[in-house]
Design a protein. Sequence first.
Lengths: 398, 163
Amino acid sequence: MTAVDDTGGRAARAAARLVERARSGGRSAPLDTEQITERLGLAVDRVMGEGGLWAPRLAARAIRQSGGDLPEAAHLLRAHRTALPRLGVTPPVPTGELRVVRRISSAFRNPPGGQVLGRTLDYVGRLLDLLPEDEGRARSTAPGPDGNGPAAGPRPHAHEHPTGTPHTHEHPTGTPHPGTPHTHEAPPPAADGVERTPAHVLSVFREMGVVAPPSGAADPEPYDVTRHPVRPGAPRSAWLQTMARADTGSLLHLWYGSDWRPAGHEVPGELRHGALPVRMTHPVTGRPVTVGQVRVSEVQTFHSLPRAGELPMTLDVGYGICFGHNERKAISMAGLDLLLSHHEGAADLQHDVLLTLDGLDSTGYVQRLKLPRHVEFTSVLERARAARGDAPHTGDTA
Amino acid sequence: MTGRETGPVHNRLEGAGVPDTLTRERRCELLAAAEHDEIVPLAERLLADGATPPPTVVKAPEVGMVVLQVREPVEETRFYLGEVLVTECSVEVDGVPGWCMRADDDRVAALAGALLDAVAAASPAARAEVDALCAAVAERRAAEDAAEWADITATTVAFEELT
């Protein structure tokens, strides 16, 4: 038997003070939430996605409070969310309304509506920036060659050329990395055909007849996993909501390491990042009003999966979407949606998606394991000793 | 709106791509998009000038969430993507209801928005001032949008097949 020798939580409070001291002490300036939303935007996006709540300033506070522990920040945001009333449900927004700031297709070279890379480092070298702090700051604030963005000077990095030996040299920032599809650099292609709200590439596949039309089933109310326990056999709306709120790393691992994945790989036919409107009904006029907007990442991924006894006549499609700029999560979600749709009734896969991806569940479980379990562990020891025929131990084992 | 209005306000509306008569919904959208420092001073001034009687608060500013429901394109399934932090407020001015819902947790701005929604519906004189603010918001948003799109289109790519 053990007793907690922490009268009034003295030790726990002292431990919490140490955390607070580490968080706000030191010689650097206090961390402003605006710095976090502006400088660590991807972290804010991830926390909002996993917390299930679009609230950039609150997410920044959570990141600061957690000392940069993003699962803990998502936990804080999720917990805060439970204390807020639900004021309503928006009318359904078709994701075709997304106003893109980035849109690429791995399926088409030049899809209708065009391709814009947006803000990305996908096509340039990515190495740890070891510039002296002063020089780095000066470079990031100096006007670029177009007078707008930061200066884009050459950045030394190393890579392997397809036809040569590995070496280190300099590429001007912004030029494509060898080994990636070659883009037109000078002059840039005319942006005439580029659309702000392009139609989904999926519609092109449908016009070609290689993707089946929607099944045309009834239009049921969405399942709400935040209000009702979810189990295998739940409708598609349940697994889409679950994955949109999932822990990014867990989602990536489940998709990437899944035994259900076929040979070859999916092709993200379209990846988009942009803004979706949030609309509510005006209580006086009864008509919709845009009260805000959220940014999302959206992916449709395609594959031709084999079916027993038949040749694949159409492509399988998977869909992924999440709050903020988190392409890793959207691609993983689309891959899993494709598998879930193709392997209907695969209870194991549904179980894993519905019951193991929530960050709050899994990190909460780990937290629980850190609490005192002295009696339980004593019991485990006693059983092991009994199995070995040892005499019962009478002292303190923990 | 009653009748077509002319003058500098409506020139600005047209310049920002806003029709010269705002629907109530469009006005609400622009009030929801206005910054705190744009919307609150106008509401305070209209009250201080006596241009509008004091409002009756029907529903005090409340911070909460709305569930964002989306329809995906593959099976056209509806589902809940997540929740969005908003603040909602309802008032009445001379018996005319006003409503505001805006993103984030700014109670004062939501109260100001509801007041201006009611005032614009109740008083043609005050409506001109509210619409002038809406024009400024629309103008600013259009400029931001154009600047962002100019940056984005500079990253347009066209891929060629290597033979």
